[in-house]
Design a binder for this molecule. Structure first.
Ligand code: PAP
Length: 347
């Protein structure tokens, strides 16, 4: 491994770092200034009609953000101070966040937690419990203090567009994107866990119009794509479909990117495959930590909603050819300038 002996053993599972362990005691629970009068900040922004039951959106800096996350975006823009050895997993929702969180955590933490070990944190914690969600933490002084108190190297996760993280240039970012039609279908199924009557057409129209949480999806993707072209050492651009095709190859790429390439001895010992197997859909889905409980108090969706089908091309079972063509054309048009295509768009 590239790191010297004695270097930190990788990110700690976030759920194991007690908020009241003493590290952040004395930090007041008071709200940061962005939250002090959120109506002033938020109500002046354009809003979008939302499918029934889904959270309201506001247009901030060119992106449709869930209303609650606008003050968070402002706080991130003002105060996110990455450390050089931080790694942020970024994604549009439903594009492989949970999987890439798990793979990156298992890869970075493999010295402290061998992937084949019986006590691995991913065997008892949901991947989102291992990797803190920046949006949840930048919502309070105490959350920000918890982040600041985390030992290096930190591994964090966000759905925010790159524009909301100007400090993101100071750390490594692993971005995962997914074929947009499959993202739509996954998003629809996810929201149906709380709103079973929600029509696919409502989610589809919202995505096509750009007004979906953290959208437009094409601008989200293009921002990270351009950054990965400009700074390949700073932004790793992954595709969900390619991860499915060759998970081991991508784990090797991920390890090199975060500065922890696999040694010959690790390759011989099968460590790459241990990580792939630990984080595979078939394995994670069976674990108690992923079958029970809810995402978090603010979003009472069962955790098993994060492990639905885990395949590419499921859109074909839900969309008409006309819907598929329409979204393909919009996405192709919007991403043309960035030089990005989805090769498997109609397969
Ligand atoms: P999030 O943005 O709310 O965290 P995210 O993890 O990005 O969700 O997306 C969930 C999708 O990833 C689901 O896709 P589906 O609805 O098409 O099935 C889920 O099944 C898939 N997924 C979760 N874990 C894995 C995994 N280990 N391997 C492959 N796909 C996975």
């Amino acid at each position: 491994m590239a790191k010297a002996p004695g270097a930190p053993l990788g990110p700690v599972p976030f759920a194991d770092v007690e908020a009241d362990s003493g590290l952040v005691s004395g930090v007041p629970e008071q709200l940061p200034e962005e939250h002090a009068d959120p109506d002033d900040l938020v109500s002046a922004l354009p809003s979008a009609p939302r499918p029934k039951g889904l959270s309201s959106l506001r247009l901030y800096d060119g992106f449709w953000l869930p209303e609650w996350s606008v003050p968070v975006a402002v706080a991130l823009q003002r105060r996110f101070e990455p450390r050089p050895d931080d790694v942020v997993v970024a994604s549009f929702p439903k594009c492989g966040t949970t999987w890439v969180n798990a793979l990156t955590f298992a890869t970075m933490a493999r010295r402290a937690h061998p992937a084949a070990g019986a006590g691995h944190p991913l065997l008892r914690l949901n991947p989102h419990q291992c990797v803190p969600f920046l949006e949840a933490l930048f919502g309070s002084r105490r959350g920000e203090a918890r982040l600041a108190a985390l030992p290096s190297p930190r591994l964090m996760n966000t759905h925010m567009p790159l524009a909301m993280m100007p400090g993101g240039g100071g750390c490594k970012v692993v971005y995962v994107c997914r074929e947009p039609k499959d993202m739509v279908v996954s998003l629809w199924h996810f929201h149906r866990r709380l709103h079973p009557e929600l029509p696919l057409a409502d989610v589809f129209e919202a995505v096509c119009g750009g007004a979906v949480g953290y959208g437009p999806v094409w601008d989200h993707i293009a921002g990270y794509w351009s950054a990965s072209a400009a700074r390949p050492d700073g932004v790793l651009f992954l595709r969900y479909e390619e991860l499915l095709r060759d998970p081991a190859g991508h784990v090797r790429e991920l390890a090199r990117f975060v500065g922890l390439p696999f040694s010959g001895a690790e390759e011989d010992a099968g460590v790459v495959h241990d990580i792939v197997n630990l984080c595979s859909f078939g394995h994670l889905k069976t674990l108690e930590a992923n079958k029970t409980g809810h995402m978090n108090a603010g979003l009472p969706i069962p955790r098993d909603a994060l492990f639905r089908k885990g395949v590419a091309g499921d859109w074909v079972n839900h969309m008409t050819p006309e819907m598929a063509r329409r979204l393909d054309d919009i996405v192709a048009d919007k991403l043309h300038a960035a030089g990005l295509t989805f090769l498997h768009a109609r397969e």
